[in-house]
Write a protein of this length. Structure first.
Length: 85
């Protein structure tokens, strides 16, 4: 049950901004809409990187960006993928 809830939460983090931005698709031009959507995703990504980096690294499968996580969280190299508090 917990794994299913985590998968649904990941899906919500990825799809809800897109769904929310679709309401504005017809009121503005396409390039502005894409720019707004990209801004929302960047803000969500930066917030998650600061608040819950371990979820991004392990939960969202961003282990391929280990170099980036090691730059800001050096403990990740010592703890084998987890960020020791």
């Amino acid at each position: 049950v917990l794994a299913r809830m985590l998968n649904l939460t990941r899906l919500a983090v990825l799809t809800l901004p897109l769904l929310a931005q679709t309401f504005y698709l017809h009121s503005i031009d396409f390039s502005s809409w894409v720019l707004r959507l990209a801004t929302v995703y960047v803000l969500i990504g930066v917030t998650c990187f600061v608040v819950v980096p371990e979820q991004l690294y392990n939960g969202m499968g961003l282990g391929s960006f280990r170099w980036l996580f090691e730059k800001f969280y050096p403990d990740i190299a010592l703890a084998n993928g987890t960020i020791a508090a």
